[in-house]
Ligand binder design. Structure first.
Ligand SMILES: [Zn+2]
Ligand SMILES: [Zn+2]
Length: 267
C-alpha cells in the first residue's frame, strides 16, 4: 500500500484557494508600497522645484516669477499640460532653472493622466494626451493676479512673506473637479486657492496620492514651500470646510488676515 500518493482534487482546490487568499491579502499591500515609492519621487521633484525657485529669486532681486508665464511666455491653453508640441517651445523666465525634464512629472499623476486625460474639462481631442508636467504655482505670489482685484500685487517679493515655511510655492492639481471643492482643474501653471467662504470657483490641491480605499478624491498631494522644504499635504481627512480652511492657510501668505482687509505691501 505504499503506492505514490497524488493530490486529490479537493486538496488541489484547497491549495488554489489558499494561494488566491494570499494574493488578495498581498495585492493591496503591494499597490500601497508602489504608491509610496511614487509619492517619494514626487516630493523629490518638488524639492528640485524649490531649489530652482531659490536660485531664480536670488538672480531676480527676490521678485517672484509670474504664475501664468514662468514656464511658457504666452498664456495658458487648457491642454498645455499634455501637449508635447507646446512643451518643445518652453521658454519662460524660470525655464533655465527647471531644464531637467525628469522633474516635471509625478509618477502617480502620469499613470492617472493616461486613464483620465481624455476626459478632462475643455479637452481638445486634436491634442494627444502625453503628460508633460503636473505642477503649478501659488496664484497669490508674483506680479500678475488675474481677475481677483482684492489680491492684486500683494506679494511681489519673497522678502514680503513673513512665514516662508508656511506658504506653499508649487503644488499639484487634479485634472477633474470635485464637487464642493474645486471648479477648475490643472490647465495653466497658476494654482488659485480661494478663501473658504468664497464659492465662486477656484482651483484646488490634488487628491490622488495615497487614496483612501482607492478613492482618488480622498487622498493627499505634495507641495514645496517658499523656504524650499517639500511636504505631503493632507487635506481630505476632515469635513469639506476644514479641508478648505487648511488649503487657504497654506495658500494665502497673510493668513489669517482677510484679503479684503489686507492693504498692499510696500516693496
Ligand atoms: Zn505627485
Ligand atoms: Zn486636453
Amino acid at each position: 500500500m505504499t503506492s505514490k500518493r497524488a493530490f486529490t482534487l479537493v486538496e488541489l482546490l484547497v491549495v488554489i484557494a489558499i494561494i488566491a487568499l494570499l494574493m488578495a491579502i498581498l495585492m493591496p499591500v503591494l499597490s500601497k508600497a508602489k504608491e509610496q515609492a511614487r509619492d517619494i519621487v514626487c516630493r523629490s521633484n518638488l524639492r528640485q522645484y524649490g531649489i530652482a525657485a531659490t536660485m531664480y529669486l536670488e538672480d531676480n532681486e527676490h521678485a517672484f516669477p509670474p504664475t501664468h508665464t514662468y514656464l511658457f511666455t504666452s498664456d495658458w491653453s487648457t491642454c498645455q499640460w499634455h501637449d508635447k508640441a507646446r512643451w518643445a517651445t518652453v521658454n519662460g523666465p524660470m525655464w533655465p532653472y527647471l531644464k531637467d525634464k525628469n522633474i516635471h512629472l509625478c509618477p502617480s499623476f502620469r499613470s492617472i493622466a493616461k486613464n483620465r486625460g481624455q476626459k478632462h474639462p475643455w479637452h481638445d481631442p486634436q491634442i494627444p494626451v502625453e503628460p508633460q508636467y503636473g505642477y503649478s504655482m501659488n496664484a497669490h505670489l508674483g506680479p500678475f493676479q488675474a481677475a481677483w482685484e482684492a489680491a492684486t500685487g500683494h506679494f511681489k517679493k519673497v522678502t514680503q512673506i513673513r512665514h516662508p515655511a508656511n506658504v506653499f510655492f508649487f503644488s499639484e492639481e487634479n485634472i477633474w473637479p470635485i464637487w464642493g471643492m474645486s471648479v477648475t482643474v490643472l490647465n495653466d501653471t497658476n494654482l488659485w486657492i480661494g478663501p473658504p467662504y468664497d464659492d465662486s470657483g477656484y482651483d484646488f490641491f490634488a487628491t490622488f496620492h495615497n487614496p483612501t480605499r482607492g478613492n482618488l478624491d480622498k487622498g493627499t498631494c505634495n507641495t514645496v514651500f517658499i523656504d524650499g522644504h517639500a511636504e505631503k499635504l493632507v487635506l481630505m481627512d476632515g469635513t469639506l470646510p476644514e479641508a478648505k480652511e487648511k488649503a487657504w492657510e497654506v495658500a494665502w501668505p497673510a493668513y489669517p488676515a482677510s484679503p479684503i482687509d489686507y492693504p498692499p505691501l510696500e516693496e
